[in-house]
Write a protein that binds this ligand. Structure first.
Ligand code: NAI
Length: 334
């Protein structure tokens, strides 16, 4: 597959590109950034795998060359958070960056699968969808907002809390809702019911809070030098690889397959979720197939416990505002 990384020279873009260079599913890795793409490309190109690497800057139709014939486009372009910032604070800068990249995808890679990493994901995914809709190339099965890091964190944090009793490798805690603060709803009652029920209320709330605000731990520790990059590259790669494997007909278990998606009525499970939650976009577990999202496991919404119901209510309320902001950014600038 030809895979394009937009924002390849960044904190996420570099390790993500490294992982993609190691993947047996990638034939051509195209690295695009507004700065330093050739440097990253030259470096990665010395790794002894058969993946062909090309590097592109905006000049000389670089974006067009990077995107043409791409099967998968990953977008970690834009600015990350500094201490004290929420993901929503990034909207002012990242919305325009993501819109312009989406316009280029619509023109040069209209059939590609698109993974949006740039924050705020709750708004940038609607931005990409609206751009693709306007260009009449929107395929809801092929646009995914990357929330995988929340799943990775949920598995890691409950494993750490159990002091090794639960191995994160065996865990698959679903995380639904969105990708910022209280919109992140980990479903420990489903992912690890026995251990979760053994926790008291204080421990339970602390665990949920750690997943919702896990990104802040990294932002604070980096003291202004950015947000999660290495764990994010790992998480983004897991989802990308899942999609690439499925495109090759390998449908193994769907760990890490949740993502922030448009609830299109043509996708099985979408109408139920839309009706129940009252939003057009949400993160839910998905079944991935050769063409992208095959179906959505919205039945999970009927299995969550009372406390998670309350968390989801708060999440959906905030999500509505985030989604509307993204949609109106495109509709308002028609
Ligand atoms: P970074 O600043 O290290 O890298 C961003 C890269 O994007 C830079 O190399 C920059 O030159 C490039 N860029 C800027 N404008 C561009 C354009 N128009 N076209 C192509 N490239 C462009 O930031 P980092 O840490 O890599 O984060 C990137 C984004 O990912 C941020 O928005 C951050 O909030 C988000 N993020 C998302 C996560 C998720 O779970 N979805 C987790 C962590 C970060």
């Amino acid at each position: 597959m030809k895979v394009t990384v937009c924002g390849a020279a960044g904190g996420i873009g570099q390790p993500l590109s490294l992982l993609l260079k190691l993947s047996p599913y990638v034939t051509h890795l195209a690295l695009y950034d507004v700065v330093n793409a050739p440097g990253v490309g030259a470096d990665i190109n010395h790794i002894d795998t058969d993946v062909v690497v090309s590097s592109h800057l905006p000049q000389d139709d670089g974006l067009q060359m990077a995107l043409t014939n791409a099967d998968l486009v990953l977008i970690p372009a834009g600015v990350p958070r500094k201490p004290g910032m929420t993901r929503d604070d990034l909207f002012a800068i990242n919305a325009g960056i993501v819109r312009d990249l989406a316009l280029a995808v619509a023109t040069h890679a209209p059939n590609a699968m698109v993974l949006v990493i740039s924050n705020p994901v709750n708004s940038t995914v609607p931005i990409v969808a609206e751009v693709l809709k306007k260009a009449q190339v929107f395929n809801p099965r092929r646009l995914l907002g990357v929330t995988t890091l929340d799943l990775v964190r949920a598995n890691t944090f409950i494993s750490q809390l159990s002091q090794g009793k639960l191995s994160s490798k065996q865990l698959n805690v679903p995380v639904i809702g969105g990708h910022s603060g209280e919109t992140i709803v980990p479903l420990f009652s489903i992912g690890s019911p026995e251990f979760y029920q053994s926790l008291n209320d204080e421990q339970r709330d602390a665990l949920v809070h750690r997943v919702q605000y896990g990104g802040d731990e990294v932002v604070q520790a980096k003291k202004g030098a950015g947000s999660a990059t290495l764990s994010m590259a790992y998480a983004g790669f897991q989802l990308a690889e899942r999609l690439m494997k499925s495109a090759h007909g390998d449908n193994e278990s769907a760990k890490y397959a949740s993502s922030f998606i448009y609830l299109d009525d043509r996708i099985p499970g979408a109408s139920y979720a839309k009706e129940k939650l009252g939003v057009d976009y949400v993160s839910l577990p998905t079944v991935i197939g050769a063409e992208g999202i095959e179906s959505i496991d919205s039945s999970i919404l009927d299995k969550i416990d009372e406390h998670e119901e309350e968390l989801l209510e708060v999440a959906i309320d905030q999500l509505k505002t985030n989604i509307a902001k993204g949609v109106s950014f495109i509709k308002g600038t028609a």
